[in-house]
Design a protein around this ligand. Structure first.
Ligand SMILES: [Mn+2]
Length: 392
């Protein structure tokens, strides 16, 4: 069974083109290669979206609908500030070929050929669980815990839910099991290379996840694509780089899941990677972090290969020395390395770069009519001399 796994779409009107391009790419893949299920592991929105034409919400819903036309779609809620309460309900109202299902925590879903069901079925291809980012709303519905006890209570509630899901998984031992989860996993490397400590915040531990016994964990929340420990648990990463702190290649996973095994493949979305190069003015003047080569145009030293990437070059210096740096000239060198230091001139085919002056049919330079004081037409240029040169 093949699962297409994406996460962190972060749809917003300013970056709508990038999010929609990624979804189109995922859809094309699903249609071409016959995917059994599409898993969206939370953070579909970047923030609450006003349903107006300007917000392009209809385009986004249309893109998700087309995913639902190519395979059954399962999704979970992400971080409450991104996927605000109720924001995913709009997808369940959409009619499409296979249906779009927002997975409720603690519920088991069975995957059939034409969508998901919660009713026991012997034809089911897989069992699917969804764990949204831990929210007080569903974890602490009947608890009156104080603020200090809240985190511990939520951790307990998460653990109980994992036990519950493990029991449900054991009811169907012969079919593959996929779990969607949005949130941190203790022991995960973050984008800034820090590690989520075990038991902090309301993150789940690797042991909790492993206990569920799923064959593939489709994770969302951390925008740097990565595997978690030795589990078949993967963060797909964001579908487009949100800022220059995100330097990964945006993409998605295709997981070939069987009961007891899983093979995963990574595929790219059509977005340039981001790269940030920081240097000081002293270092920059001594040796710029790039050099010119004939073949490639640009070839950055020290592994800074910028071809096909969006580059943020930051040169810092004190205020007094700012005049040493000609930012505009350096930018021109970066953008047009083979042309030298300047923008292409007016007519690059001409050796001087300027357009040659036109002559009139008598081989003389034309004069120019200008309006003088009082709006009277006067002539400037060679007219006078021509008159002088005229014969008797
Ligand atoms: Mn996110």
């Amino acid at each position: 069974m093949k699962v297409l796994h994406i996460a962190d779409i972060h749809f917003c009107k300013d970056r709508a083109d990038e999010a929609l391009a990624s979804l189109r790419c995922a859809e094309e893949f699903a249609v071409t290669y016959g995917i059994d299920m599409i898993a969206i592991a939370g953070d579909l929105f970047d923030a609450a979206v006003l349903n107006s034409e300007n917000a392009r919400l209809a385009e986004f819903v249309g893109a998700i609908k087309r995913l639902g036309d190519s395979a059954p779609v399962a999704m979970v809620y992400g971080t409450p500030s991104h996927d605000v309460d109720g924001s995913l309900e709009i997808f369940q109202t959409v009619t499409c070929r296979y249906g779009i299902t927002v997975l409720e925590p603690g519920q088991a879903y069975l995957l059939l050929d034409d969508g998901f069901t919660t009713i026991k079925n012997s034809e089911s291809k897989a069992i699917v669980f969804g764990i949204p980012e831990p929210r007080k709303k569903y974890l602490l519905a009947n608890s009156s815990a104080g603020k200090d006890e809240t985190e511990e209570t939520i951790r307990d509630a998460m653990r109980r839910m994992c036990y519950l899901l493990a029991a449900k998984r054991r009811e169907y031992p012969d079919i593959p099991c996929v779990a969607l989860y949005h949130g941190e996993v203790a022991g995960t490397q973050l984008q800034n290379d820090q590690t989520v400590e075990r038991g902090t915040g309301i993150s789940i531990t690797i042991d909790d996840l492993a206990g569920i016994g799923a064959d593939y964990f489709a994770l969302g929340h951390i925008h740097k694509p990565q595997r978690v420990g030795s589990l078949n648990a993967y963060y797909a990463g964001s579908v487009y780089p949100k800022n220059f702190g995100e330097t990964h290649k945006a993409g998605f996973y295709i997981a070939d899941v069987e009961a007891g095994s899983c093979m995963e493949q990574r595929h790219d979305f059509p977005h340039p990677q981001n790269m940030k190069i920081e240097t000081t003015l002293d270092e920059f003047l001594k040796k710029p972090p790039y050099s010119r080569t004939e073949a490639d145009g640009l070839d950055f030293d020290g592994g800074n290969d910028v071809r096909g990437k969006k580059v943020w070059l930051e040169i810092s210096c004190d205020k007094a020395r700012r005049s040493f740096a000609n930012a505009e000239a350096e930018l021109q060198k970066l953008l047009w390395p083979r042309r030298g230091r300047r923008l292409p001139r007016h007519n690059p085919r001409h050796p001087r770069g300027n357009r040659p002056r036109r002559r009139d049919n008598r081989g003389e330079y034309p004069c120019q009519k200008v309006r003088g004081v009082g709006g009277k037409l006067r002539h400037r240029g060679r007219r006078k001399r021509r008159q002088e040169n005229r014969g008797p």
